[in-house]
Design a protein around this ligand. Structure first.
Ligand SMILES: NC(=O)N[C@@H](CC(=O)O)C(=O)O
Ligand SMILES: [Zn+2]
Ligand SMILES: [Zn+2]
Length: 428
């Protein structure tokens, strides 16, 4: 299939734009330039919309296998495509866990049969993510693991983490960490701070995260491994990563849209759509995350798309599972609340969602250039719409952002040269 995109606006390095056409042939960007001639290709008139590299989200939960009531690879990747994402990396906290080559092979087959966009599967660090026994990293790498993580739980033992990092270093793979010390969780459902006190609930202290990050940075230095911090949320964590980078330690970090845009003060009461792990922290923490993103301490943005059923979320703040969905709101939220407010330039936002994650993990995506895979998103920066969870393609409707008015929405997503989602498209 060949496609010709006409009259798109392409962002330049200087945060300016040029008008361009893009010719796509057999999944590859064949030509970028003005007034390209049509030779029987399907034409897409971008009509002044912006063309960005397809977004890359390296922290998502697709729930399959085992959690199909919350999401499947098919529904999750359709939601991703609608959000403008063309490459996503799926976390291994499924049932079963991809902790052996057979399971990973099954997953890769399922992905190739049902996914609407590219899915890179993580493999677990420990068997069944129980923290007791290291998985076979060599075999898992051969079977197609993208990187190693036990996301959903922290690796409690420093000894286990060091072993994992040494193995990963030898294979030139990354260890990706959910940082949480189980002795410090305190059975909390939100941040240990003002709001927890006001609601009379147990809080999760900041040290619960930062102590793991500090530990792991020293372990990564000893092992010489690429260590990546998931969903960073506290000012102390940002400080630790900043300090580690200054010392030349190979640490990188991601932050979620919700931690950039919300803090504990925004939690209206006992609404479980504000419950996620790590929790929404203090206003100072939120400011430190933005500062960390701006000064390069935090490398990129990842949604931590974590769908749960409405029944589960109806159990309330204390009993419901942690997590919120992210694919279908990430760009409009960040564009409206960071770019339009002058905190980030459009170029910076696009980089945090494309070039940077690709660069950190050595992926050949996130760049619009002749010869590259045609992963693209057309964005309508003028379009205004209210976030309505009922319209989500994800099975998960669990978001605290329902009713937010946003400007700047994806209109069409092309993944590996094929239209993966188009505004107004009817899906099953
Ligand atoms: N972030 C969350 O609140 N929940 C995630 C787990 C995780 O990312 O740690 C989930 O799987 O639901
Ligand atoms: Zn996590
Ligand atoms: Zn997660």
């Amino acid at each position: 299939m060949s496609l010709l995109i006409k009259n798109g606006l392409l962002l330049t390095e200087e945060n300016s734009w040029i008008e361009t056409d893009i010719l796509i042939k057999e999944g590859i960007i064949a030509k970028v330039g003005k007034n390209l001639e049509q030779n029987g290709e399907e034409v897409i008139d971008a009509g002044g919309k912006w063309i960005a590299p397809g977004f890359i989200d390296l922290h998502v939960h697709l729930r399959e296998p085992g959690g199909e009531r919350k999401e499947t690879i098919a529904t999750g990747t359709m939601a991703a495509a609608k959000g403008g994402f063309t490459t996503i990396a799926a976390m291994p906290n499924t049932r079963p866990v991809p902790d052996c080559p057979e399971q990973l092979k099954w997953l890769n087959e399922r992905i190739s049969e049902t996914a609407a966009v590219r899915v890179l599967p993580y493999a677990a660090i420990t068997t069944r993510q129980l923290g007791a026994e290291l998985t076979d990293f060599t075999a898992l790498k051969e079977a197609g693991a993208f990187a190693f993580t036990d996301d959903g739980v922290g690796v409690q033992s420093a000894g286990m983490m060091l072993q994992a990092m040494k193995k990963a270093a030898a294979l030139n793979m990354a260890v990706v960490a959910h940082c949480e010390d189980n002795t410090l969780i305190s059975k909390g459902s939100l941040h240990e701070g003002r709001k927890a006190k006001e609601l009379g609930l147990n809080g999760i202290p900041s040290v619960c995260e930062s102590v793991h990050i500090a530990r792991d940075i020293l372990l990564a230095e000893a092992a010489g491994c690429h260590y990546h911090v998931c969903h960073i949320s506290t000012k102390e964590s940002v400080r630790a990563v900043r300090d580690a980078k200054r010392h030349g330690i190979r640490v990188t970090a991601e932050v979620t849209p919700h931690h950039l845009l919300l803090c504990e003060d925004d939690i209206p009461g006992l609404d479980a759509n504000y419950k996620m792990n790590p929790p929404l922290r203090s206003a100072e923490d939120r400011a430190a995350l933005i500062e960390g993103l701006l000064d390069g301490t935090i490398d990129f943005i990842a949604t931590d798309h974590a769908p749960h059923t409405s029944e589960e979320k109806a159990e309330g703040l204390e009993l419901s599972p942690f997590g919120i969905v992210g694919f279908e709101t990430a760009f409009p939220l960040l564009y409206t609340n960071l770019v339009e407010k002058g905190i980030l330039s459009l170029k910076q936002l696009i980089d945090f969602m494309t070039v940077k994650p690709a660069h950190v993990f050595g992926l050949p995506y996130g760049i619009i250039e002749e010869g590259r895979t045609a992963d693209l998103v057309l964005i309508d920066l003028e379009h205004k719409e209210e976030i309505n969870p009922d319209t989500f393609l994800s099975k998960g409707k669990n978001t605290p952002f329902g009713g937010w008015n946003c400007t700047g929405w994806p209109a069409l997503t092309i993944a590996a040269g094929k239209i993966a989602w188009k505004k107004g498209m009817v899906t099953a």
